[in-house]
Design a protein around this ligand. Structure first.
Ligand code: SF4
Ligand code: FES
Length: 368
């Protein structure tokens, strides 16, 4: 291995898969973790203690909807006490005049608030929850009024790509300091709905131009992160900054993963915080060592000058597109399987098919 082992920098704590929304682009696994399997408060506290001990600097509380967990303020308070920077990744539909002050009192540092669209009817169609948009706008108002740093996240797909200029205007009006205009990533339920979500080349061009124009117009007032769809790129993203290099993801039931989609990797045992320490998992677990560094790489990555920049791209995307997590990410134009990406783009339907929705039932779990 060419890389020395670094400490993890960020921890994504997926507190629950429960969520009042049902976005068809959700990157959570197709099989959700039921509430009865979720880590307890004491188990999460132990995870936070171990993470801080290992040198983790930031903790992102995520889900599902992390505000479905009543112990969220206790976990934030504990993380803050350990000196961790705390970020809440939320849909905002449970953030209101009663719940937000408790998070402020706990010491929360930052909120990332997601929107399905700026058009209310479409946003609520996509999220599957009536009245959600008004709740989100009220959540943004409360956060901005408090002065807490706020990032808005708009997920872009075929239906809403034309409204990026309105999203950016709204972000300024809502007092956000930062906005993410993030094209859908195709994992989990997003992969299942890829044909309905993937923008056309003309739409991608339009959204790129809208972002460039807004960067000039709102310079100094709003910072814009723009995430393009991988499938249209020539080179892959350095997913997670490289496998097992700086990032740890904990699933609701305590599985420790190098990324949020790693549970799709076949033929490997998933390490678990209930049975092993975070430090030992980070250093030794086969799931973390199997794609760490560059030794695992096939050609053309192995002799490519980009191999320590993009780390061969995304393992989960290689699995989804090439059927092999150890393949070069097919997004790369040098990859033997690049034709699979081109085929997806060349066969985009003229009319996108209807979304397939995740349905919660008593058999899977109740929504929190
Ligand atoms: Fe990255 Fe591999 Fe493509 Fe080189 S060949 S650019 S290392 S994915
Ligand atoms: Fe798993 Fe990219 S999402 S490595």
């Amino acid at each position: 291995m060419t890389d020395t082992l670094l400490s993890p920098m960020s921890l994504l704590a997926e507190l629950t898969h429960r969520c009042p929304l049902q976005c068809p682009y959700c990157s959570n696994p197709l099989a959700l973790e039921p509430r009865r399997n979720e880590l307890s408060t004491a188990e999460w506290i132990s995870v936070l203690d171990q993470a801080a001990e290992m040198g983790v600097l930031q903790v992102h509380f995520s889900g599902g909807e992390p505000m479905s967990r009543p112990d969220l303020p206790d976990l934030i308070r504990h993380a803050v006490g350990l000196g961790l920077y705390t970020n809440l990744i939320t849909s905002g539909v449970l953030l209101n005049e009663k719940t937000f002050p408790v998070l402020v009192e706990a010491g929360l540092d930052h909120v990332q608030l997601s929107f399905q669209d700026i058009d209310t009817a479409n946003a609520e169609h996509v999220g599957g929850m009536k009245g959600a948009q008004a709740r989100k706008i009220e959540a943004a108002r409360l956060i901005a009024a408090d002065g807490m740093p706020l990032t808005l996240n708009f997920v872009i797909y075929r239906e809403n790509a034309c409204r990026v200029p309105r999203m950016l205007e709204a972000a300024v009006a809502m007092g956000a300091r930062r906005v993410e205009i993030a094209h859908t990533q195709y994992y989990g339920w997003g992969l299942a709905n890829r044909a309905a979500l993937m923008p056309t080349p003309a739409q991608l061009e339009q959204t790129t131009q809208a972002v460039e124009a807004a960067r000039k117009e709102y310079e100094g007032r709003l910072s814009i992160d723009y995430v393009t769809p991988d499938y249209y790129a020539d080179r892959p993203k350095p997913c997670m900054g490289g496998w097992g290099r700086r990032f740890i993801n904990i699933s609701p039931s305590g599985r420790v993963l190098p990324c949020h989609a790693a549970e799709t990797i076949p033929n490997v045992t998933f390490p678990d915080v209930r049975t092993d320490t975070l430090e030992h998992i980070w250093r030794e677990a086969p799931l973390f060592t199997m794609f760490r560094g560059t030794d695992w790489m096939p050609q053309p990555c192995r002799s490519c000058d980009q191999r320590e920049k993009d780390w061969g791209g995304c393992r989960c995307q290689a699995l989804a597109l090439a059927g092999n997590a150890a393949a070069t990410d097919p997004v790369c134009s040098r990859a033997p399987d690049h034709g699979r990406v081109l085929e997806v783009l060349e066969t985009l339907p003229v009319e996108p098919p209807p979304f397939r929705y995740r349905r919660y039932t008593r058999a899977t779990d109740e929504v929190g």
